[in-house]
Design a binder for this molecule. Structure first.
Ligand code: AMP
Ligand code: ZN
Length: 116
């Protein structure tokens, strides 16, 4: 166990509803879904936020984005989804481990920029 809940989830030390996994990322269903589809994609490496990434993390960042549509489509949101990375206190980030929210469902999510 570490002091980071998402590191523990990526290692399987805290249970999660897994949606996808490869060498760089792990994806699971959000415990408090805001939409019918609400998946989190996290880096297996501990990166605190988008404010902490470096050039060596580009492959991880690319993977997080490049798998997002297939993940959304595989979970009922083939026609579109919203991808959000909350960053820092001002950005509304609660868990300090880089993660992409994939939000989708059968209805448009509206014009808001927030995850709500
Ligand atoms: P953020 O505000 O961007 O840091 O989002 C953190 C997200 O993690 C929230 O949507 C939470 O519902 C979600 N979350 C926190 N703990 C867990 C957990 N153990 N399993 C699944 N999702 C979680
Ligand atoms: Zn972590």
């Amino acid at each position: 166990m570490t002091n980071c809940i998402f590191c523990d989830i990526a290692k399987g030390e805290i249970p999660s509803q897994k949606a996808y996994e490869d060498d760089l990322v792990y994806a699971f269903h959000d415990i408090r879904p805001l939409r019918p589809t609400h998946i989190l994609v996290i880096s297996k490496k501990h990166i605190a936020s988008l404010a902490e990434v470096s050039a060596e993390d580009e492959a991880i960042l690319g993977r997080i984005l490049s798998i997002s549509h297939k993940l959304a489509a595989d979970h009922g949101s083939a026609e579109g989804f919203r991808a959000i990375i909350n960053t820092g206190r001002i950005g509304g980030q609660e868990v300090p481990h880089l993660h992409l929210h994939i939000l989708g469902g059968s209805e448009p999510v509206g014009a808001m920029v927030s995850k709500n």
